[in-house]
Design a protein around this ligand. Structure first.
Ligand SMILES: CC(C)(COP(=O)(O)OP(=O)(O)OC[C@H]1O[C@@H](n2cnc3c(N)ncnc32)[C@H](O)[C@@H]1OP(=O)(O)O)[C@@H](O)C(=O)NCCC(=O)NCCS
Length: 172
């Protein structure tokens, strides 16, 4: 692997982002709130527009050369009383790029950028309770769990539990 480059996705990255996301939704359907069936028909232009117009969030991409091998999304809450919070979503690393620190690098950079925003105090996320690799990744990056939602999703007829986690800005 060439040195990893982490940067925010631009509208021009929309097609690559969609391809990666669809692969993730197919490979790991219980890891995400969205589903392949809902996302596969979405025009690339719509994604590009969303990336361009999203002033309250960003998506980080991990690039190995020209290849997008991982992503993580961050979305700040828009409501006045909730603007101190950001939601981490869409964490995904291609199977062939795993266990090399890509996921951890993405989470660390997402937290660094989030906590650099004025007034941002905490980052929250939901993770499937059976997803031990992801739970370990987040715990290692400084998240702690504060709740378990039983039956949060139904995937292929099976109820899935979700752990809620939070990472508070150091010193807050
Ligand atoms: C979870 C995921 C993002 C991890 O990405 P990755 O690039 O392999 O992670 P890293 O190599 O940076 O590993 C960071 C830490 O995560 C944990 N981890 C990652 N893979 C793991 C595994 N297979 N088993 C146990 N822990 C694991 C470890 O704590 C690891 O730290 P360590 O290397 O010091 O042991 C990746 O497996 C993935 O995309 N999974 C499918 C989608 C998914 O589950 N997304 C999360 C949605 S909430």
């Amino acid at each position: 692997m060439t040195p990893l480059v982490i940067r925010r996705l631009l509208p021009a990255d929309a097609a690559r982002f969609q391809a990666l996301r669809l692969r993730g939704l197919r490979e790991a359907p219980t890891a995400f709130g969205s589903s392949y069936e809902e996302e596969c028909e979405r025009p690339v232009s719509e994604l590009a527009e969303r990336i361009e117009k999203n002033t309250n969030g960003f998506i980080l991409g991990a690039f190995d050369g020209d290849s997008l091998v991982g992503t993580v999304g961050m979305q700040r809450e828009a409501a006045l009383k909730r603007r101190h919070k950001m939601i981490l979503w869409g964490m995904y690393v291609l199977p062939e790029a795993r266990r090399g620190g890509v996921g951890r690098t993405l989470v660390d950079e997402a937290l660094r950028q989030a906590f650099a925003l004025p007034g941002l105090r905490q980052v929250v996320l939901g993770v499937n309770a059976a997803n031990a690799p992801a739970v370990a990744l987040y715990a290692g990056a400084g998240f702690t769990s504060f709740g378990l939602e039983r039956g949060c999703m139904i995937v292929d007829g099976v109820l899935e539990d979700e752990i809620h986690m939070v990472c508070v800005r150091p010193g807050a």
